[in-house]
Structure formats: C-alpha cells, structure tokens
Design a protein around this ligand. Structure first.
Ligand SMILES: *[C@@H]1O[C@H](CO)[C@@H](O)[C@H](O)[C@H]1NC(C)=O
Ligand SMILES: *[C@@H]1O[C@H](CO)[C@@H](O)[C@H](O)[C@H]1NC(C)=O
Length: 245
C-alpha cells in the first residue's frame, strides 16, 4: 500500500475474498477494492471505483465482485449547503447500488443515511439514519431494489451497524449526546452507547443496552462488533474497548 494515500478510510466490508473500503481523497469519495490474501493475511489493491452518484459516501456493504450498496450521508458537499440541508431537513440522502453494469439509487428519503449492513441470510439490509436516530429494515429484491419494512426508533444517534454472526442480532454504535461530541470538552466528554437489536425483522424487535458509559472510560463510540462472546467497540477519535461478554 506504499503508493496509495489513504486520507480517511472510514468503512470497510469483506465478502469472500474481496474487500471494499471507502476512501476520501481530497474531499471526494472513492471505493477501493482489495483482494484478501489469506495465506499472507494481507490486502492487495485491485482498483479504485469513482462515480458521479458515489458522493459523500459514509459506509458500504459488499455484495459480490465489485458490487455493493453505499450510503450517502449528505446531498451537498459544500460545508454551508450541508448545514442548510440539515437545518431544512431536506432528506435528500440515499442508498446507492453499484455494480460494473448498473448503478442506481435503491432507497431515498433519509435525513442522513449512515451505517449499513446485511442480515446473515442476505435477505435484509439494515441502515442507520443518524439524524433521525433510527434503523430502517429494508427488504432486498432480486433486482437489488430495497423496500422498507419498518423503522426502529432508538432515541440516540446511530452510527455504524454490524451483525452478530452467531445470532443475527444488530449491534449499533451510538452517540448518546451529539453536542458533547461536536463541542469537545475534556471536563465533560461525550459518552458511549452500544445497543443490541434482536429479531429486527419480527413484529417485536427487542432492544437492549450492550454497553454504556458516560465518557469516563470510553468516548464517542461509533462501531461495535461481536465475535464468539467477545465485544470490540471502536470510537470516532478515542481508544477501542475490548470486553468479554
Ligand atoms: C463508523 O462511522 C464513523 C463516522 O460515521 C467513522 O468515522 C468510523 O470510521 C466508522 N467505523 C467503522 C469501523 O466503520
Ligand atoms: C461518570 O461516571 C463515573 C462513575 O461511573 C463518575 O465517577 C463520574 O463523575 C461520571 N462523570 C461524569 C462527567 O458524569
């Protein structure tokens, strides 16, 4: 990776041997495709994907070879227009489907589409709307279009989503207090919150708190991942926390 400049690689997703990562060179968005070399445990860069609809990319979920869904978290790229977009709640952000043959918007109307992930059976897509403080459960169709099944309100700013591979539960890295995150004060730091959503597709999803802290231990949690009874929590700019469940 010596010859590649990764200014801010914010999200990635691995399917079989192919790995996709979001990159933001010079305030633009690209998706970088890598091949995972299992023996060497290394990534080999294959290609850079750019497209006029691939703007302000927040997260992706890889579906196959050079195929993915991507969330767009802002419609505008200019800072003041982004503020205007948020204040006026324009809801112009969307989910894009990308493949070498077809690129299309498959769901729209989000305040700010953020984290995205897929259910273990590959039938449903979960997407976090960070400003609306909720998760949209979407059904995936054969033509890659998405239709909304339900919205799960969480009352906290939902950032990245992952799925527990053993149970299919959604794990959401959340920001309980946005103001403290934006106006950082060491005396009164932002806290952390990780929610677990069981049976997201059912009539009665169950929401429980997997981890919560006022900032004394962990600040600004943005992602959580579980693997065989172990929980790893990542943050926007603080450290990572490892817990045995
Ligand atoms: C999660 O989201 C935040 C901001 O939305 C980003 O900075 C961070 O890198 C993301 N982490 C992962 C693992 O996707
Ligand atoms: C956070 O919680 C700890 C104990 O759990 C407490 O000592 C500390 O004062 C709290 N900090 C804030 C900023 O509320």
């Amino acid at each position: 990776m010596k010859d590649l400049v990764y200014e801010r690689s914010i999200a990635g997703s691995l399917v079989k041997k192919e790995f996709g990562a979001v990159n933001h060179p010079h305030m633009e968005s690209t998706v970088e495709i890598f091949k995972f070399e299992e023996q060497q445990r290394s990534l080999v860069h294959l290609k850079t994907i750019k497209h006029e609809l691939l703007k302000s990319v927040n997260d992706i979920v890889v579906l196959g070879a050079e195929q993915f869904y991507a969330t767009r978290d802002h419609y505008f790229t200019n800072f003041f227009l982004v503020l205007l977009e948020m204040v006026m709640d324009l809801r112009w952000t969307y989910i894009l489907f990308y493949s070498p043959r077809e690129v299309k918007v498959v769901a729209k109307g989000f305040s700010s589409a953020n984290g995205i992930t897929i259910s273990p059976d590959k039938k449903y897509i979960y997407v976090a709307d960070v400003l609306d403080k909720n998760i949209h459960v979407m059904k995936k169709h054969d033509n890659w279009d998405l239709t909304q099944l339900k919205v799960i309100q969480l009352g906290t700013l939902v950032d990245n989503l992952t799925v527990d591979p053993d149970t299919g539960d959604i794990l959401a890295g959340c920001h309980p207090n946005a103001i403290k995150l934006l106006m950082y004060n060491t005396e009164d730091p932002p806290g952390s919150e990780v929610l677990r959503i069981q049976n997201a597709v059912s009539e009665e999803p169950r929401i429980s708190t997997e981890y919560a802290n006022n900032g004394s231990v962990l600040q600004g949690s943005s992602v959580a991942s579980v693997y065989q009874g172990k929980l790893l929590i990542g943050t926007v700019f603080h450290k990572a926390l490892y817990c045995v469940l």
